[in-house]
Design a binder for this molecule. Sequence first.
Ligand SMILES: Nc1ncnc2c1ncn2[C@@H]1O[C@H](COP(=O)(O)OP(=O)(O)OP(=O)(O)O)[C@@H](O)[C@H]1O
Ligand SMILES: [Mg+2]
Length: 360
Amino acid sequence: MSLTRLEIDDFRCLERVSLNLDSRYNLFVGENASGKTSLLEALFFLGRGRSFRTRRLDRLVRQGTDSFRLVGWVQLDGHQTVLGVGGSRQGTEIRVGGTPASSAAALAQYFPPQIIDPDVHKLLEEGPQRRRRFLDWGVFHVEPGFMEAWQRYHRALRQRNAALRQVGNSKALAVWNPELMTSGLRLDAMRRAYVEQLAQPLADIGTQLLGMDITAGYSAGWAQDESFEVALAKSVERDVKLGITHTGPHRADITIRVNGQVARERVSRGQQKLLAAALILAQLQLQERLHPGCGVLLLDDPAAELDGNRLGRLLDVVRGLPSQLFVTSLRPELDSLGQPGAMFHVEQGAVRATAGFNPA
Ligand SMILES: Nc1ncnc2c1ncn2[C@@H]1O[C@H](COP(=O)(O)OP(=O)(O)OP(=O)(O)O)[C@@H](O)[C@H]1O
Ligand SMILES: [Mg+2]
């Protein structure tokens, strides 16, 4: 799979961009505030239907305009599919192969971007929501039934929470418990299996990047020593009192350990970045193993906050992946990644193929 062509209209500072892309390694070079991260944000939006920087669509629409438009041409198994995303203050519109799609998951089947940016450490530093999202993105790519189980669980959870608030009566909850339990246990089993699959790539990449023993432990969202059913029954009183469900897969998390110690409490900022990058790269490697040639990695300013040695190790791992790469940099040389297949110059919101660039 590869994105062969990209068009952007009025996204952030990017007024009108039209690019032919390399199936392997695309490098975007430009000064501060030229539009490099905005370009990766547009690529991310094209595959995920959301930004990694903001939830507010009005921030993404170019100042002075009402809407943005992204179009990407994807080559997959000998077929070309056009992905289209429009955004305005009112919302987003998604088209896949010219047909309207109701969810962003339809985009990700064709173009599933992962990002490593200067904020990547937040994956470890912040609360469990980011890590759950990371986990679910991984499971989504390996388990065909995941999306359905996720939606069913969250629908049951919303209904149970509404019952808790409106009725305040534990008997009414019994109606929602069976669905919550069935879909919740399916979610749990898929997540648990995924964390086990991730262990080996994570250990390998951890050794390569940090020379440390990295493990990911899974917490289901309730106490390990009891069943979901028992945990749910135990928390009913508290749930009724506070009007919200406290126990279940919506509270799941992963705990990253370095040489046996909880990472968040042990490592420097630079190490935290490498650790978070290791998680994302391990996920990508697993995805590539199951669906070869289907990964996409966006790498925003990898040199930020990493010393030469660690940057070299990160880029060595990235180079070993068969994924399509979109990399930004303040400077044109990122030696460890080798020669880009296409190089672009970003300047004041305009992106142009670098003049005189002639890949080997
Ligand atoms: N909605 C918008 N409309 C117009 N311009 C915007 C909008 N949102 C952000 N910008 C501007 O876009 C410019 C480019 O931002 P971007 O983050 O892409 O730069 P960058 O090249 O990644 O810079 P750096 O190297 O510092 O990370 C900034 O000057 C920012 O103010
Ligand atoms: Mg930037």
